[in-house]
Design a protein around this ligand. Structure first.
Ligand code: ACM
Length: 562
């Protein structure tokens, strides 16, 4: 059983309970607002400011987009990316030129917003989107989509055009890091689904995709220098059934897969044109059984091992030898070549030190390096890897266990075991991404009635708990709080074998996350979020994207059939 599955069995309280006074203030606000005619819209995440105009713009097959000046090919490209799905629905072609009704422009000053912000104005005559940068224009277009019928992207719109109400929206994100993770190692998801996943992220202004590429149970990225990673480490003989048992009960089916470098380049380009930066994760020193199965010399014992067929935490970890560093640095050099983003995630979680304690090599290393405890060997390990990455202009992210052996000087910490690691790291001057299992582990059940849900690792994480999450912990002073650069939800796939199941666990919880990381806290209102959600569930239905349906309370009506 993993640490994670142990903590998974703890029940968590919806964070909204802690927001009691705020909820009261919001309720009074809602009552006051109820006396005036409300302008209802369905935009998720909730924008910073929405002001209704009068009348509406009718978008027809003749509507043209004017993507800025011809000298800005990126604006044209993002207009095309946005408009392509509407081609069948409302026959919206993209035309470049001085004439048109949807005008896209770039103006950092005039938009009146920070990075990734935009100003969207709809009048009877047309639509203008001014972005502080290209991402801002892209997000303005995403918001515009949400004023169309839910089926507009799939051809489910009648002739005669689409009415878009006159409105002015000024909007910008709260956090610069708005992340979603996907574990493709426990179960493998091919390039088409990864793109589909990125599509869903981008529609909701999520801008980081943390791609968990290596694990005990499978290595998923082609590395030229080490062919056995894809010949051997990408495949396991079989997979445990259920939560596992003693003796082992497996499904008897060989399982695996990996992404070729060409597939990865294609996905990186795809994500980039949707303003999603991919953060690849190469796990070390733990969760490395698959790599060690391919190259046994990477462990301290050097004995043959198998790619793991069960879930959990494994003792076969990389030995901190020069041979291992040469291996990892060669792997990372190839990874850096594929991924242009500044961050590389190196894992660092759940690495038992038993084999290091038993290793004469590690004992000598500790004497040589003046390391008193074996935990400090992990600090030595991560600092060496950080130096390698920093020298190549990249920055290291690690799970919060990297705090334990002495933190690498420039590391960004991903706080998953709660928020204490994040608090400590931010006070030490490190950037932090919050991803506590209590609020952001999307592998947890969505109902207390587990029998009615698809089989999961454990836990209980309903929509309102995600929605109520506040990434800045109360005790932090402003200077330290500013180092919390955002939050991320994680999708660990031990028990998710199909894309449909991943979507079921992702949605609609990811929409709650989008509001946590994009919207200002004073703009959040769970009841209104639930009302707006209806449009989005209809959109997912039209797009053929699976999701967990709501019930009246907004949390149940479970399905066993993801
Ligand atoms: C983790 O869930 N082990 C980061």
């Amino acid at each position: 059983m993993t640490t994670r599955s142990l903590v998974a069995s703890e029940r968590v309280r919806p964070a909204t309970r802690r927001l009691g006074p705020l909820v009261t203030i919001l309720s009074v606000g809602v009552l006051m607002a109820a006396c005036q005619p409300e302008f209802e819209h369905s935009v998720v995440p909730q924008p910073a400011s929405v002001e209704a105009g009068s009348g509406a713009f009718t978008l027809t097959a003749d509507t043209r987009i004017v993507p800025g000046s011809p000298e800005d090919p990126l604006l044209r490209e993002l207009a095309e990316v946005w408009a392509a799905p509407f081609g069948d629905g409302i026959g919206l072609p993209v035309a470049v030129g001085a004439d048109g009704e949807i005008i896209l422009a770039l103006d950092p000053g005039a938009a009146g917003v920070g990075p990734e912000g935009y100003r969207l104005e709809v009048t009877r005559d047309g639509v203008t989107i001014v972005g502080a940068d290209h991402a801002g224009v892209f997000y303005g277009l995403q918001t515009l989509s949400q004023f169309m019928p839910p089926g507009a992207e799939t051809g489910a719109v009648a002739d005669g055009g689409v009415e878009i109400p006159a409105v002015t929206i000024v909007d910008e994100p709260r956090f610069s890091y708005r992340g979603m993770h996907l574990d493709v190692a426990r179960h493998f998801f091919g390039p088409d689904f990864v793109k589909r996943y990125i599509d869903v992220l981008a529609r909701y202004k999520i801008n980081r995709f943390h791609w968990h590429l290596t694990e005990d149970q499978g290595w998923r990225i082609e590395i030229d220098a080490y062919p056995r990673l894809t010949e051997v480490a990408a495949w396991r003989d079989q997979t445990q059934i259920g939560h596992g048992s003693e003796p082992f009960n497996g499904d008897g089916q060989r399982y695996g897969g990996y992404y070729t470098k060409d597939e990865i380049r294609d996905i990186v380009d795809y994500a980039e044109s949707r303003f999603v930066t991919i953060i690849p994760e190469i796990e070390m020193p733990g969760h490395a059984t698959a790599a060690i199965a391919a190259y046994p010399e990477l462990s301290c014992h050097g004995e043959p091992v198998e790619v793991a067929m069960t879930w959990g935490v494994f003792e076969d970890i990389y030995c901190p030898t020069e041979e291992t560093f040469e291996f990892l640095e060669t792997v990372l050099a190839e990874v850096i070549e594929l991924f242009p983003g500044e961050y590389v995630h190196i894992g660092g979680d759940e690495a038992p030190k038993t084999q290091w304690e038993e290793s004469g090599f590690v004992q000598d290393l500790m004497v040589r390096e003046g390391l008193r405890e074996v935990e400090q060997v992990q600090g030595y390990f991560i600092r060496r890897i950080e130096r390698f990455l920093n020298e190549r202009g990249r920055r290291l992210i690690g799970w919060d266990e990297i705090l334990e052996g002495g933190l690498a000087p420039n590391a960004t910490v991903m706080s998953w075991r709660g928020t204490l690691g994040g608090i400590e790291a931010s006070r030490m001057g490190h950037e932090v991404i919050m991803t506590p299992y209590s609020h952001l582990y999307f592998d947890y059940y969505q109902s207390e009635d587990r029998e009615d849900e698809p089989f999961a690792i454990g836990g209980f994480l309903p929509l309102d708990t995600v929605y109520g999450y506040e990434p800045i912990p109360g005790p932090l002073r402003d200077r330290d709080a500013a180092r919390i650069i955002g939050a991320q939800a994680n999708v660990w796939t031990e028990y998710m074998k199909t894309p449909e199941h991943v979507e079921y666990m992702l949605l609609p919880r990811m929409l709650a996350l989008s509001e946590v990381v994009w919207s200002a806290p004073e703009q959040k209102d769970y009841a209104d979020f639930l009302r707006r959600l209806g449009w989005h569930l209809d959109r997912f239905k039209a797009l053929g994207v699976n999701y967990r349906p709501l019930d009246e309370s907004g949390t149940a009506e479970p399905s066993n059939d993801p």
